[in-house]
Design a protein around this ligand. Structure first.
Ligand code: TXA
Ligand code: MG
Length: 330
């Protein structure tokens, strides 16, 4: 098949109408969300969803997240329980994905043949517009080749998938910059965190008024059995080897052809191979720039990236460090 050529569409009313029609016709459209860019297709069409796996080089054992814009759509796709409704009321629209028993309408390819479906109601205005215009639930994984760093801008999508897809909707940089929190609610009495994100385990515990089962941080092994293959340790990885450190202050700048990435770069450190995620060391800023920084440094020709972990265990720290550990896993 000849290579396609992706075009980035400005978010005009006319373009959104056009892209909604493409989605209804079974095409793939890369879409902005508040977390990362997604590669969307009609979630009720097995053929359309098969295209997602093909474009991403994603194994069909890795299930997709289905996006909705109205709460009634949740009921159509999944068997809802009180815990899910409580979380939906509190955190939707927003960066929270819930795993629930699926209904037969959801094609097997979306759930990797499993009996549960992951559903999220995104907050991004343009994506919500598209969801409303199509009237469909839209399956959308992150719009990156399988295993590579997630995209947080339309240009990132074009860089990676420019020859595999035709349509990219530009919604500017993703405001949060990390993928959604995923919570398993199949058993509402035993809610489990499958992926940390901007909505934290303690946020979920507060609303559900019960403890959340939290998995151990991503292990280095990619051979042990995984609940969901997308939760493999090696994920989100740049091509350049990554080494993580609690602090890099003492070692910074030791090798000129290796990069040193601080959470907050100390003032006065001017070497071109020293970088910082956020000028004030704010974790929201670190999350926002994390993937763009990894992508930029991955292209800069360094032999190795030394990266500082986010301090503490509160707020965005577990989500940031989860992505960093996956980036470092080999
Ligand atoms: O923020 C996000 O969630 C973004 C945007 C586009 O919404 N999407 C995203 O999708 O990160 P993806 O495919 O890169 O990650 C989805 C994760 C995968 O790790 C997959 O294994 C897991 O969700 N997942 C999907 N369905 C599941 C299910 N039924 N049970 C357990 N995990 C599931
Ligand atoms: Mg992904």
């Amino acid at each position: 098949m000849p290579a396609l050529s992706a075009r980035i569409y400005r978010p005009t009313k006319r373009n959104i109408g056009f892209l909604a029609a493409r989605l209804r016709a079974g095409n793939l459209v890369a879409v902005p969300t508040e977390t990362v860019y997604g590669l969307a297709a009609d979630a009720l069409s097995a053929d359309a969803c098969a295209g997602i796996f093909k474009a991403k080089g994603r194994p069909v054992t890795d299930p997709l997240i289905v996006h909705i814009v109205r709460l009634e759509q949740l009921d159509e796709l999944a068997v809802v329980n009180a815990a899910a409704l409580r979380l939906a009321r509190e955190f939707w629209p927003g960066p929270l994905t819930m795993v629930l028993p699926k209904r037969p309408i959801v094609p097997d390819i979306v759930t990797a043949g499993g009996d549960s479906v992951a559903v999220r109601m995104p907050a991004h205005r343009l994506f919500r517009n598209l969801l409303r215009k199509t009237g469909l639930p839209l399956a959308a994984p992150s719009a990156n080749p399988f295993g590579y760093v997630s995209p947080t801008s339309a240009e990132h999508v074009k860089d990676n998938l420019g020859s595999k897809i035709r349509f990219i909707l530009d919604g500017g940089p993703a405001s949060i910059g990390l993928e959604s929190t995923i919570v398993d609610l199949r058993n509402p009495k035993r809610p489990a965190l499958l992926r940390p994100g901007a909505i934290t385990a303690s946020d979920l515990a507060r609303v559900l008024r019960r403890p959340i089962i939290v998995r151990a941080p991503a292990s280095r092994s990619s051979t042990e059995p995984q609940l969901a293959p997308g939760l493999l340790a090696r994920h989100y990885s740049p091509r350049t080897p990554v080494t993580l450190h609690t602090t890099i202050a003492e070692m910074a700048n030791r090798h000129p052809n290796e990069a040193y990435v601080f959470i907050r770069k100390p003032a006065g450190l001017k070497s071109p191979n020293c970088h910082g995620f956020d000028p004030r060391g704010k974790l929201a800023g670190v999350a926002h720039s994390l993937f763009a920084t990894l992508r930029r440094l991955d292209r800069a020709g360094y032999r190795r990236l030394h990266i500082e972990l986010a301090p503490g265990h509160e707020g965005l720290a577990p989500a940031i460090n989860d992505r960093l550990r996956r980036a470092a896993a080999r």
